[in-house]
Design a protein around this ligand. Structure first.
Ligand code: NAD
Length: 348
């Protein structure tokens, strides 16, 4: 699978994608002065050896390792990585490859766009969530004083290589986290992806949906690369409350699990506001309840939503679904709307 006219550089997906990446490196008119691969300690162990064996051109690369986990998305780590890049010879003609889940690709894009005012970036997502969402689309960022993605950038990756083989070492709970974004994309697209999501029993089988799910993200991003209109804002479905859950749980709930709870509560809110057919809500709740328990971090969500960066002037605006396969409506919500769906989520 390949998407050539994609605004954010070529995206390649499939069994031979790492060999294709090697070819792409080989045919460059001007090779990069140095190549740096950003990993966390898990992708260092599980993914880097495979990348090196399939892409021999990386034999001389410098490896930049960070700790796994959301805390790594911070300005303090960005500063440390800037210095490591400098110490290992990076200059403006260098390439930074992000090899990891959404934490690594978010951090790597931020690093590449700021180091010496910008160097080339390649994204090689290794988690399900990264392959269908975080690793594509050019949005990057870090958290500041506990506020998710407060500082960030849009950066065109010169190449995105999605090799599903990396998923063989992904822990089960990370499949569940990534599947939440697949469900989000399926709600947006409807059709074949939604049917596949409804029929899924074992989460480790969700790798077969990567191309359809990634396609939803690519279409939204191509239509609206800089999130100026509602088409890219559709990707925020479930994410207003998800970011609030991540904030109040202080990182104890993973991004993907927070998205699942965010989707549950936001479609219930859309039903209360008469935006969506109740049958669609029941079908979405059935999928979410099959794979996720209810969220226990429900105190302070309204306050967290109010401080979220997507607040428009003093209003809290959410991307609410108007039906499976029918898109979203940017909708102002009030404290009472949020409190009533939290009560429904906890009690039902
Ligand atoms: N930029 C965007 O458009 C965008 C979109 C969605 C999410 N995000 C961000 O993505 C992040 C979440 O991404 P994530 O869920 O991938 O988390 P993550 O990067 O923390 O990865 C999850 C865990 O899986 C491990 N891992 C990754 N690939 C592995 C593999 N192949 N084998 C074994 N272990 C592996 C990681 O080391 C980590 O421990 C959040 O910070 C979120 O804000 C960004």
């Amino acid at each position: 699978m390949q998407w050539d006219n994609f605004f954010f550089g070529p995206v390649r997906l499939g069994e031979h994608v790492l060999a294709d990446f090697q070819q792409w490196l080989d045919q460059l008119d001007e090779p990069f002065s140095t190549v740096h691969v950003l990993v966390d300690s898990n992708t260092l162990t599980h993914c880097l050896p495979e990348l090196m064996s399939q892409v021999p051109a990386l034999a001389q690369c410098e490896v930049l390792e960070v700790d796994p986990g959301e805390e790594t998305k911070s300005m303090a780590i960005v500063e440390q990585c800037w210095m490591s890049l400098l110490e290992t010879g990076a200059d403006r003609q260098s390439l930074l490859i992000s090899l990891g889940g959404g934490v690594v690709t978010d951090l790597g894009g931020m690093l590449a766009s700021t180091f010496m005012r910008g160097i080339a970036h390649v994204s090689i997502p290794t988690s399900l969530l990264g392959m269908v969402d975080a690793g594509i689309g050019g949005k990057h960022g870090v958290n500041v004083f506990g506020v998710k993605n407060l500082a960030g950038c849009f950066l065109e990756s010169v190449y995105v290589a999605i090799w599903p083989g990396f998923l063989s070492t992904l822990p089960d709970e990370q499949f569940r986290a990534g599947f939440a974004e697949v469900v989000k994309h399926a709600i947006l697209s409807g059709g074949e992806l939604w049917e596949a999501v409804q029929g899924l029993t074992h989460l480790r089988d969700s790798g077969s949906m990567i191309d359809m799910a990634a396609q939803v993200k690519i279409q939204a991003v191509t239509a609206d690369p800089f999130e100026n209109s509602d088409s890219r804002k559709a990707l925020n479905l479930g994410h207003g409350l998800a970011h609030a859950i991540e904030t109040v749980s202080q990182g104890q709930v993973s991004h993907g699990d927070a998205v699942a709870s965010g989707l549950w509560m936001e479609v219930a809110m859309a039903e209360n506001l008469a935006l969506i057919d109740p049958d669609d809500v029941a079908a979405i709740h059935a999928v979410l309840d099959r794979h996720w328990p209810r969220c226990t971090f429900t105190e302070g969500l309204w306050e967290a939503l109010q401080s979220d960066k997507k607040r428009s002037k003093s209003k809290v605006m959410l991307s609410l679904s108007v039906g499976i396969g029918k898109g979203i409506a940017m909708t102002e919500v009030q404290a009472k709307d949020v409190h009533s769906v939290i009560a429904h989520h906890v009690a039902s």
